[in-house]
Design a protein around this ligand. Sequence first.
Ligand code: SF4
Length: 507
Amino acid sequence: MQSFQESIIKLITETSTNLPPDVRRAMARALETENPATSAGTALSVIATNIDMACDDEGPICQDTGMPTFEIKTPVGANQIEMKRAIREAIAEATRRGKLRPNSVDSITGANSGDNLGPGTPVLHFDQWENDGEIEIKLLLKGGGCENKNIQYALPLELPHLGRAGRDLDGVRKCILHAIWQAQGQGCSAGAIGVCVGGDRTSGYQHAKEQLFRTLDDVNADARLAALEEYVMSAANTLDIGTMGFGGGVTLIGCKVGALNRLPASFFVSVAYDCWAFRRHGVVLDAVTGEIKRWLYKDEQPARAMATGEGFRLTGNEKRLRAPLTEADVRGLKVGDVVLITGEIYTGRDAVHSHLMKHAPPVDLQGSVLYHCGPVVMKNNGHYKITAAGPTTSIREEPYQGDIIRRYGVRAVIGKGGMGRRTLEAMQEAGAVYLNAIGGAAQVYARCVEEVLDVNLLEFGIPEAMWHLRVNNFPAIVTMDAHGNSLHADIEQASALMLQKLAVPVF
Ligand code: SF4
């Protein structure tokens, strides 16, 4: 088993940097479907460019490299303790190499372990099989933005816009549609869902996530569930939520449903939502040497380039902004404008926002651009380099953002998925805008960072620190303006009307 650890590092690297062929095919179809002149079409074009960059340079597709979840099948008698040790060492090494972002945080103290190891991290599920010569290992890297959109229902219940969901297949159908609708663009749509009908609260979520190990284009062996999957794929794509929640015809790229027996008193429907950066790979290893014998999920042919254009298509109508910004800069913007930011910006997410509510900022934020981003950062010869830097889900900062804008004079917030009413009110009152960057486009945005100027609050860990960056032509779309307009509120309302139309029973 001398090669086992190196094989796991290869699996982690491939999973973090290259999408499997079935996901690539689904994203290629989305790209063909969406009008390239729309915001959703632009977002897909950026995503395609990002996929190519990550693959070419072996960089993380998204800066949130997620919770590593391994499904492992071993021959009877294989030493699982030794395998666990080697997998943990491989995780730490992949983190050192910048293929994984340090993502394991002590839930009591908030301290980041720095190597992706800790209680519950990584997730390892072992099973045995009667195949003496081989070990099968599958890996899913699923980020926090989409993980936060997982949802579990206990039937029967009343669902907003869909009415009563009973303890039958039609009730299940309604739960799935609601799960997709409530995610909006916050989980970096176009997304895919794994569903479990039944089980208990724990096994239901686990089985839902296991569905994500199926390929997007397989057909369910159970004809009833196959019909449900097919229905959901077509119905969800009428909701007009679209890529990043910008509106559009592609909201879902996959729906996979499994079922477990349940207790008579319980009827759970558990939904695991995964983003377009659907990172899943697998290998079969020689049980004696640990060498890779073959890859699962891969095609015979090497991956082809996805991008057909130049990523963020520039039309000449973009608004060029130089940070720090003035009130007049942002009051002149409206929803739908594309901006290109050059100058100095600061990152800040959960820990920074919480800190700023109780302490003065470590830097002057007057006129600043605050980027909701937890980057991947490497340090070489004493210099920091950002190697992945897409936006994180902004709605988590909703309890703080309005106060921070008013208190410190922040003029623009960059993130993804949009924010709520309180932030919108603060933006209107104080003069600020929300700029939606393309979720998961970590490689595209890392290349906009010219220099790391400084870092504050590094004690919060690399993703949560406040990074001071100089950027050049950083592209984003205004989705909330200083005049009280929010694309996110509009899309949520319009998609709720579409959802209502799907309330009539189908099964
Ligand atoms: S693509 Fe979006 S939801 Fe997915 S891991 Fe990246 S930031 Fe999170």
